[in-house]
Design a protein around this ligand. Structure first.
Ligand SMILES: [Zn+2]
Length: 207
């Protein structure tokens, strides 16, 4: 995938479940790892620490970045933190969702809009995109020409807003004003399923 000074994006898919509002669904989640041969950050911690460590290898993990706190994105974050000794970063507006999954411990660092994470000589910038979840965050990597959108934007359009803690109007606002302002050729690495681009999704919504 993208390359800038040895920095690369690695990926795996992890299978498990998503539960909210008393229902449970089988889901496949993307795990994204950004770094070089010596250090990296992990984006989302879905179902299996082993699945994540298989992508990390022997690299030092600098941070565990969460796109939001639905259980299929944050379930093994505390267990991963124990193994790799790195801070979990989450937007504080997802505290209610986090506490549905993790009742006895919190994350380490609040991710606010514009927060920058440096790893392997490149930078990821947090873009707060509330809607799918109140504390949903996308991570934009300008050097790599890509953005990690979690469940905010997929191939085919914005994410779901049918459940508790979601807001469809807010999601549309986030996608239009915080994602569609990125360059058209920005590759979108999503929380589930295939990659897309900002340009393709903007065209798909008739923008
Ligand atoms: Zn979600």
């Amino acid at each position: 995938m993208g390359a800038a000074g040895g920095v690369r994006v690695d990926h795996a898919v992890s299978s498990g479940t998503f539960s909210l509002d008393g229902e449970t669904f089988d889901v496949d989640n993307n795990i994204w790892v950004v770094g070089d041969d010596t250090e990296c950050v992990v984006i989302d911690a879905p179902h299996s620490v082993a699945d994540i460590l298989a992508v990390v290898g022997d690299r030092k993990v600098r941070a565990i970045l969460l796109t939001h706190a639905h259980d299929d994105h944050c379930r093994v974050a505390p267990a991963l933190r124990e193994v790799v000794v790195a801070p979990i970063m989450l937007h504080p507006d997802d505290r209610d969702l986090w506490e549905l999954t993790h009742t006895d411990r919190l994350w380490d660092i609040d991710l606010h809009h514009g927060f920058e994470i440096s790893v392997a000589g490149t930078t990821l910038r947090a873009i707060h995109t509330p809607g799918h979840a109140p504390g949903a965050v996308c991570f934009y990597a300008p050097d790599l020409g890509c953005v990690f959108t979690g469940d905010t934007l997929f191939e085919g359009g914005p994410g779901a807003t049918g459940r508790s803690f979601s807001d469809a109007a807010q999601l549309e606002e986030s996608v239009r004003h915080r994602l569609f302002v990125l360059p058209d050729d920005t590759v979108v690495h999503t929380g589930h399923g295939a990659d897309t681009t900002i340009g393709a999704e903007r065209a798909g919504l008739g923008e």
